[in-house]
Design a protein around this ligand. Sequence first.
Ligand SMILES: [Zn+2]
Length: 255
Amino acid sequence: MLESYDRTPAGAAGRLESAVEVLSKRKGYEFIEPAPASDEDIIRAHSSRHIERIKADSDSRKEGLLEKLARLAAGGAILTGELALSGTPAFGLIRPPGHHASRSSYWGFCYYSNMAIALLNLKARGLIQSAFVLDFDLHVGDGTINILGEKKAFTIHNPSGRGDESFLTDIQAALRKASEYDIIAASAGFDQYVDDWGGNISTSGFNRIGQIMHEFAEERCEGRCFGILEGGYNFEDLGKNALAFCEGMQGKKMS
Ligand SMILES: [Zn+2]
């Protein structure tokens, strides 16, 4: 069982077990291990004081495990974005999540902004110029907004709506209004799930969110789309929801 790294629900032992099991059994899915993000990568999104604070916080528990994992999660987000550039959808099964980590502060189970670090890495290397971020987590990704929101190259949308239909309509409307982007990326928060904190979106709803991203990517971003894990605390069903979303990103329907 994957070890716990902090006392938050995101860091609990066993949280990713069902996702590892479901995705590893599925044909056509390959697990790729990332390298940790470097200081150079993290510093594009965070202050050096922020890094020092997380290191100090981490050193006080489990010999720095938390900072190591936060850095690995950020590296995982970078790799996920890189893989998506070829037009094959990718999903970052990573933790700790990142969308509540701002430039110099953090809360909500997050330490480093995985999404911002990934997109700023791709942009710094000239691999993308712009990105649309669909943050469908139950909670607004204030950290991502804090870091990327001021920059013209990025649009961040947190959809709202009760139930699949209204939520999906909101996403479709936002994408219809969107201009041109090089890539579409999701902060995938499965805490919206009907049997999770949000009590809102069904497994087939997550599949349809993936399909909407697939269509947008095919039409507007040369097929480039990816998702990274944010929230999601129904440990048992996280696997099937992540699979439904991943199938959707490949344009596949799931009942
Ligand atoms: Zn959340």
